[in-house]
Design a protein around this ligand. Structure first.
Ligand SMILES: [Zn+2]
Length: 285
């Protein structure tokens, strides 16, 4: 039975192709969640194990792309993966920007992080009206998405989805370059195409190069469990300073772009993982 369910999940993952991906690709989410898993408190580990379906075998990372696969079934969830900010302003404001295309407030990735955090605080209470397994998977996924710089992008180009470029010799849209291409090229060139090797390298940086920043990443103002407005503000700044910078329709992005943006991608993956763990530790602590 367990095998059949794993097989069903595998088929789902194989056949649901990422047509309109907004957010890190599969590897980006896997990396964020793996980093987080290594930093959970015992209480958080217990809660996560309890909430995950059996076939995940305690591995949160294996299900961190699930919200991308249910976007079509859960149509309401698709605006929750990103934030559109006014073109070229390079700022984010919750009241101004966190809404869907119909103007419904709170329907953006920052609002979703708040919402699923609130739901998960019901863990351990007698009867929750929420599906806390889905809440955990959504929160873990959206903590990754909000750290992908083009997830908090400009409105007209839909976070770089309408900017057509060449990634070395291949055609791509800028958004996809940040979801997948930079990470994939990095894995191929430096890590024998092995995602685990890249995760190890980022984890080593967290304990060395970035060690003195980690506490600041983890902190939230006024004892809040999560602070998505901080993550989103950093995101649009990184989008302007690095992702959009020097890129127009038809740009050919090669080594110079790859080498200078790679550290930003690794840094945001690290922040996403560290903060997901910090949030889960506060929620389940
Ligand atoms: Zn997403």
């Amino acid at each position: 039975m367990k095998f059949l369910r794993s097989l069903a999940l595998l088929m789902l993952l194989v056949f649901v192709s990422p047509i309109t991906v907004r957010g890190w690709g599969v590897d980006g989410h896997f990396i964020t969640c793996k980093i987080a898993q290594g930093r959970l408190s015992q209480k958080a580990v217990d809660a996560v194990n309890h909430l995950l379906p059996d076939y995940a075998e305690g591995d949160l990372a294996s299900l961190c792309s699930w919200p991308d696969h249910v976007k079509f079934r859960y149509h309401w969830s698709s605006p929750l993966h990103y934030i559109d900010t006014p073109d070229n302003l390079c700022t984010y404001q919750y009241r101004r920007d966190c809404k869907d295309e119909d103007g419904v407030m709170g329907r953006c990735v920052a609002g979703a992080i708040r919402n699923y955090t609130t739901q998960l605080l019901e863990y351990g209470k007698q009867e929750s009206q929420y599906n806390l397994t889905e809440a955990l998977l959504f929160l873990s996924h959206f903590m990754g998405d909000i750290h992908q710089p083009l997830h908090v992008g400009f409105t007209t180009d839909r976070g770089g989805n309408t900017i057509e470029v060449h990634w070395f010799t291949r055609k791509a849209v800028l958004h996809h370059v940040w979801d997948d291409s930079i990470i994939e090229t990095e894995e191929e060139r430096f890590y024998e195409s092995n995602v685990e090797n890249l995760i190890n390298a980022i984890e080593t940086n967290i304990t060395n190069v970035w060690a003195d920043q980690v506490q600041t990443w983890e902190n939230c103002s006024r004892n809040q469990k999560t602070c998505p407005n901080i993550y989103a503000t950093e995101g649009i700044k990184a989008a302007c300073d690095w992702a959009y910078k020097g890129v127009t329709n038809g740009s050919v992005l090669e080594d110079e772009y790859f080498q200078s943006r790679l550290p930003i991608v690794n840094w945001r993956l690290a922040q996403g993982g560290v903060r997901l763990a910090a949030n889960l530790n506060r929620i389940f602590g």
